[in-house]
Design a protein around this ligand. Structure first.
Ligand SMILES: [Zn+2]
Length: 83
């Protein structure tokens, strides 16, 4: 895989929605062809959810699943639904 390590910080920012649009596009190009980084995104997303849960005692289950759905929709919009 080409240059995955440099994407790790970008992936974190990407998940927080703080990544530059240009960088975002480049990262998404990379994600399309890099399974490793896609797994990283998934893992980080889960971590982010868990962290937010930790801060606020516990997220109600419906909010948590709405958050997951939102992430999933966002993902599918960007990368297309995998069937
Ligand atoms: Zn990669």
């Amino acid at each position: 895989m080409k240059g995955c390590s440099k994407h790790i910080q970008q992936i974190a920012e990407y998940i927080d929605g703080e990544l530059d649009e240009a960088l975002c596009t480049r990262l998404e190009e990379h994600l399309k062809e890099c399974n490793n980084c896609r797994i990283m995104v998934d893992t980080l997303k889960q971590t982010v959810v868990l962290c937010r849960e930790g801060k606020k005692e516990r997220l109600p289950e419906d909010i948590e699943s709405r958050l997951n759905d939102a992430l999933k929709n966002k993902w599918e919009k960007k990368f297309g639904k995998k069937s």
